[in-house]
Design a protein around this ligand. Sequence first.
Ligand code: ZN
Length: 242
Amino acid sequence: MHDNVEYLRIQLACALRWAARLNLHESIANHFSVATSPDGREFLINPYGKHFSRIRASDLLLLDADDPASLDRPDAPDITAWALHSALHRNQPQARCILHTHSKYATTLACLKDSRLPPIEQNSMRFFERVAIDDGFDGMGLGEEAERVSRLLGDKPILLMGNHGLLVAAPSVAQAFDDLYYFERACEVYIMALATGRELRVASDEVARKTCRQWLDYPGFADKHFIALMGILDEEEPAYRQ
Ligand SMILES: [Zn+2]
């Protein structure tokens, strides 16, 4: 059974526009995708050259991860987007929605020699023991590099890509966007805390684990967050649904 592709288009367009509103995007680069088939090999992705803030549901490309002919069209995705997302959807079919950004604070963390995010407040505790870190950056995400990166994620929702940026993988668009939002916030607070030069108030593993569990058990949070975001676009720029 396929998910409702038309609804996935609307959700992904909303996620792209909100990423632009929150300045999580970078020029016309970065890419978001969502799987439409059960094995994840068919997926929607943003087209190359179109700004996140102007994406409409109908602009999104429906591609096949096994078919390189997907690149033979005038609105083909960016080649690194194609390589990375097709490898991820092929190798991680449980990761239905994949968001890749170079958002400022997560990328700052990716530039540090130690890219771990310590549990210093509730948002960072949400990601305690849930972040994979890529220490092996080897140039732009093409070919073998895309395959290598796609295998690092494991069952984690976040891949912090050293020397590069951030990748979020989740079972739904709403969950992925919520994770992107909160991970970026957690990184921002951590970088601000480091900037004070003062000693950090790091929570114990036990408290971090308990707080993480409380986040994960919180009922319907990501869905409610995303519905609220769609509601704002419905009022202010309803063309995203077209
Ligand atoms: Zn990138």
